[in-house]
Design a protein around this ligand. Structure first.
Ligand SMILES: NC(=O)c1ccc[n+]([C@@H]2O[C@H](COP(=O)([O-])OP(=O)(O)OC[C@H]3O[C@@H](n4cnc5c(N)ncnc54)[C@H](O)[C@@H]3O)[C@@H](O)[C@H]2O)c1
Length: 362
């Protein structure tokens, strides 16, 4: 039995693939409860992963179960209410993205975490990725000079297209969810994590695929009406000081050979391979007047050995490390709040057809 007692709320595709199997190895932790409004899913998780307790609602979980850390992996629109309940109950919390749908709700969660004196972190985990950490260190060390732009593509063909799931994926196409909240968050976290807070943005979007067919899992063949909200976005950022960035995101790229992330500086480029379970070191192009070298190099691990296999449950490693050492967690809720401000600014930009200023920072 691990020392830190973890409860997972939402036993869907992500919890089953990325949390339950890895909790015992991510930290000195064990999963003590699985909770899902679909009772069967909570029971199944308990059977499959040897979890002792299951619950069909978060109120019962809070009342009856003894746990320290909650991971909220429910549907996006359910996050805020569940997060507030867990924080009020004094539980350390890791929230799936986005933790809230408005900056005001996110402020409430951050304030509640302070009041309850608990740690609150938010995924995605890009800022923990070994390839991104290496790039951030290289930028700090001046490897590519002054960084002036970044481009990121965070897109796939849709959750019904490429992810096998037992739960009905229709909710991804309803207002309050959608490609921007599900995938856009990934691109936005990467570009802001590298460049810092954005000052303003301008966006373009389209509702490109208006009906979709589920391609695997329990709902294989089901038709989904997907014409209520955009599924295809291009977002441009101004980070100030003549630094800019671009995120393309959505559920409309069935396949791509595009580099997912590139960072451009006055003396070079950092270019990333598609993420997988092993995040390869990024490739670096150096243009050095001093040494007369111009070309691509493959950086070696120099700070510490490459962690090898890496998974999404690293958010628990981050949380437990912060709890045990008192160091701040990497997965900051302030960064998450800036991303939520951006998510809210994008529809405004579409509406006015122009720039929207941003105010939060991290
Ligand atoms: N790379 C990533 O970071 C990544 C990838 C995929 C999904 N996600 C996120 O993970 C979360 C879950 O996505 P998924 O793909 O597993 O979806 P899913 O539909 O497979 O699972 C969601 C589960 O939450 C349960 N649920 C909904 N409301 C609930 C409530 N009030 N209380 C308890 N359970 C509730 C549902 O019954 C379902 O079993 C979403 O926030 C999604 O954006 C993240």
């Amino acid at each position: 039995m691990g020392k830190w007692r973890v409860a997972v709320i939402g036993c869907g595709m992500f919890a089953n693939k990325q949390y339950f199997p890895y909790i015992p190895t991510a930290a000195d932790a064990c999963c003590v409860a699985a909770c899902d409004i679909v009772e069967e899913r909570a029971r199944q998780a308990c059977e499959e992963y040897g979890i002792p307790e299951w619950y069909s609602n978060v109120d019962d979980l809070i009342d009856k179960c003894n746990f320290d850390i909650a991971i909220n992996a429910t549907n996006i629109p359910a996050h805020h209410e569940i997060n507030m309940k867990l924080l009020k109950a004094g539980k350390h919390l890791i929230s799936q993205k986005p933790a809230a749908l408005t900056v005001g709700d996110m402020d409430m969660q951050i304030e509640q975490a302070k009041k309850s004196n608990v740690l609150f972190t938010c995924v995605p985990i890009h800022m923990m990725r070994p390839d991104i950490r290496m790039a951030v260190q290289m930028i700090k060390d001046g490897a590519i000079g002054r960084v002036h732009s970044v481009k990121c593509t965070a897109a796939h063909g849709g959750p019904e297209y490429w992810q096998y799931r037992e739960a009905d994926p229709s909710w991804f196409y309803e207002p309050g969810a959608g490609a921007l909240y599900d995938m856009g968050v990934h691109g936005i976290q990467q570009v802001t994590g590298i460049m810092g807070p954005a000052r303003r943005l301008v966006a373009m979007a389209a509702t490109s695929v208006k009906q979709r067919r589920v391609r695997s899992g329990a709902y294989d063949g089901k038709l989904i009406q997907s014409d209520k909200i955009p599924d295809n976005y291009i977002i441009s950022f101004d980070f100030g000081d003549d630094r800019i960035g671009l995120v393309s995101t959505g559920f409309c790229e069935l396949a791509t050979r595009c580099v997912p992330l590139e960072i451009f500086g006055s003396e070079g480029t950092i270019s990333f391979d598609p993420p997988g379970y092993i995040f390869a070191n990024p490739k670096v192009y150096i243009d050095s007047l001093d040494s007369g070298i111009r070309g691509w190099v493959e950086p070696m691990d120099w700070l510490r050995p490459h962690p090898g296999s890496f998974n999404q449950c690293c958010c628990l490693t981050d949380m437990v490390h912060a709890l045990e050492t008192g160091e701040p967690p990497i997965l900051s809720p302030y960064h998450a709040r800036h991303i939520i401000e951006i998510l809210c600014a994008i529809p405004k930009s579409l509406e006015i057809g122009g720039y929207v200023e941003l105010h939060t920072t991290f």
